[in-house]
Design a protein around this ligand. Structure first.
Ligand code: SIN
Length: 595
């Protein structure tokens, strides 16, 4: 390996500040070009060869980065103790080119949500114009007129958990599959999921003696959703929830840990052992499984149209490739797995104007594309105006403080340090209660016992979000919560007694006794859009007359009906796996039978 490059890239991957080895305005491409010409990175020296070898995922270019510099794991091992490693928190192993745009200014992908202040090499290169502009109707129509450039059995739109599960399931049923993701890496909102996966009657529950049933799962989801859920969809979710866990385990996931989330009668939130976040773990597992099973996953590939035949059957899609432009791909079945619209300000303002100014915990990918694509061809929508506020997003940030932090023992208090609601109530009630506080924010308070159980809290500390003290009295002093000590003493007594007579908190898993003590400011923010494309129990999309739209399937947050007016924590990840798999299997069956 070239040592100069190795050192440079290790620092870059680990997010370390370093001086660019070049004069101002030089680009990474110029720097590499001087070493060995265009061929250093591209598949050829001449423009025509470079163009012929260029894919939207920049497959060859990324392979060359890894060949010269080593892969992520190798680079990481050069700085094992650094805490500034975005990849290990939730990005995972993504294409180098997602951040290191060779011919332009590099992009600080993490700063789409965070505010890190570190330099990237070649940071003063010229910024390329944004790719995410308006969908170009002229180019879409030209691509349709030209006809399909490729044909597959199943096209999956979106590369979060629902899309990756659907693609894997379709592939395993023998279909040829292409997954198209508009972002420069897969993962969607799922890669930020910090809670867990709700499932009933699992091996894990049986081993721990948790007396849960599928019927209780359904009852809790219906109660949480204010009985506005489509009960048939909820029954399917509960019925297949344990099977979904086994499927993930068969692909290499660890789902050993069990926690409570809000609105649960029994403990059914499954997570990886060791306090790791569920979303990044599942996405990492699915990314690796997709490579192993040779699923064609393409990033930088935005679907801008679902194309129908004259008889209204599915003809395929028009995809806009970041590097290759517009083209039509033919398929008999299309699966929409594009996620919700929690990051589309216009859609939130239209469907839920009261939330238009709220922050959002969502990934930048959650822009409602699938809803727009499906609406355009006559799909029906369910509960489209129902948007969930999560009560504990770090105040003035986009960082979610998972409900499982309360699930393992944190208390929620007002600015005086007084509890005001059961911490384990449903999200809509908890968010309303916070917004009724005059200051419209609250504090979560916990101790070192909790930090030891929940790895993710270390991340909040590194992000500078936590107030920390050696005694509760000192924490009260720092934060101005004058009644905090009395509240903690009272709460610790409730823990000893095993019941909370004040607010009826269902789970009291720990007391708050071990120093240091911590507090983090939280406020409600947009977290999940419950409404979306209407589907039946086969994940088949329904039209305005509630008839099946043959060949069109949808799964995950793009759909409506499963969660009613309020989703329970842990039910979204389950939804993406269970309905992703159902959509993939049914789409494969449909396409293969049509042949
Ligand atoms: C959380 O951990 O609070 C979010 C998980 C979810 O929305 O299911």
């Amino acid at each position: 390996m070239n040592l100069k490059l190795a050192t440079l890239s290790a620092a870059v991957v680990l997010g370390l500040s370093l001086t660019a080895p070049a004069v101002a305005s030089q680009t990474l491409a110029q720097f590499h070009g001087e070493m060995g010409g265009c061929e250093t990175c591209h598949a050829g020296e001449k423009l025509k060869d470079i163009k012929a070898g260029l894919t939207d995922s920049q497959t060859h270019e990324n392979k060359m980065c890894v060949e010269c510099h080593g892969g992520y794991e190798e680079l990481k091992s050069t700085k094992p103790n650094t805490h500034i490693d975005p990849h290990s928190s939730h990005l995972g192993d993504i294409n180098c080119t997602a951040c290191h745009a060779a011919h332009d200014k590099p992009e600080m992908t993490c700063n789409r949500c965070h505010n890190f202040d570190f330099e990237m090499p070649f940071a003063d290169a010229k910024q390329k114009k944004a790719w995410n502009g308006d969908w170009n109707q002229e180019k879409i129509q030209a691509a349709i007129a030209k006809g399909p450039q490729e044909t597959v059995d199943v096209i999956v739109v979106g590369g979060g958990s629902a899309g990756l599960n659907a693609a894997m399931a379709a592939k395993m049923k023998g279909a040829s599959v292409v997954l198209l993701e508009k972002n420069d890496y897969t993962g969607g909102n799922s890669m930020l999921a910090a809670g867990g996966y709700n499932a009933s009657e699992t091996r894990q529950q049986k081993e721990k003696g948790v007396p849960d049933t599928k019927e209780l799962f359904v009852a809790d989801a219906m109660k949480g959703g204010r009985n506005q859920n489509d009960i048939e969809l909820v029954k399917v979710l509960a019925e297949h929830s344990a099977e979904g866990i086994e499927w993930l385990e068969s692909l290499g996931a660890n789902m050993e840990d069990l926690k409570f989330s809000g609105g649960q009668t029994e403990m059914r939130t499954h997570r990886p052992a060791g306090g790791y976040s569920v979303g990044p773990h599942i996405i990492d597992t699915l990314r690796k499984a997709a490579i192993k099973h040779d699923v064609d996953v393409r990033v930088n590939s935005r679907v801008e149209k679902i194309v129908l035949n004259d008889d209204q059957s599915i003809a395929g899609v028009v995809v806009h490739g970041r590097h290759t432009g517009y083209k039509m791909i033919a398929a008999d079945a299309v699966i929409l797995a594009t996620g919700g619209y929690g990051m589309n300000k216009e859609m939130v303002a239209y469907y839920r104007p009261t939330m238009a100014d709220m922050t959002s915990s969502n990934n930048i990918t959650a822009t409602g594309d699938g809803i727009l694509l499906a609406k355009e061809i006559g799909a029906s929508m369910t509960d489209i105006d129902w948007v969930q506020a999560h009560p504990t997003i770090g105040k003035d940030s986009r960082i979610l403080i998972s409900e499982t932090v309360r699930g393992v023992g944190a208390i929620m208090v007002n600015i005086h340090g007084e509890r005001f609601i059961s911490e384990m109530t449903t999200r809509d009630r908890a968010s309303d209660a916070v917004l009724k506080q005059p200051e419209q924010y609250a504090w979560l308070v916990f101790d070192q016992q909790l930090v030891e159980k929940k790895k993710m809290v270390e991340g909040f500390d590194h992000l500078g979000m936590l107030s920390k003290a050696n005694t509760v009295a000192e924490l009260a002093e720092i934060t101005g919560m004058k009644n905090l000590a009395a509240t903690v003493t009272e709460y610790n007594q409730f823990y000893k007694d095993g019941k909370d007579p004040k607010f009826g908190r269902s789970a009291l898993p720990a007391d708050i006794v071990k120093a240091p003590f911590y507090a983090v400011k939280v406020a409600p923010g947009i977290h999940h859009t419950m409404g979306g494309v209407a589907i039946d129990t086969d994940a088949n999309v329904l039209n305005l007359q509630s008839w099946k739209m043959e060949g069109l399937y949808a799964a995950g947050e793009v759909t409506g009906g499963i969660h009613g007016y309020n989703r329970l924590g842990g039910n979204a990840v389950a939804d993406t796996v269970v309905f992703g798999k159902i959509a993939g299997e049914n789409a494969a069956k449909f396409a293969l039978e049509k042949k």
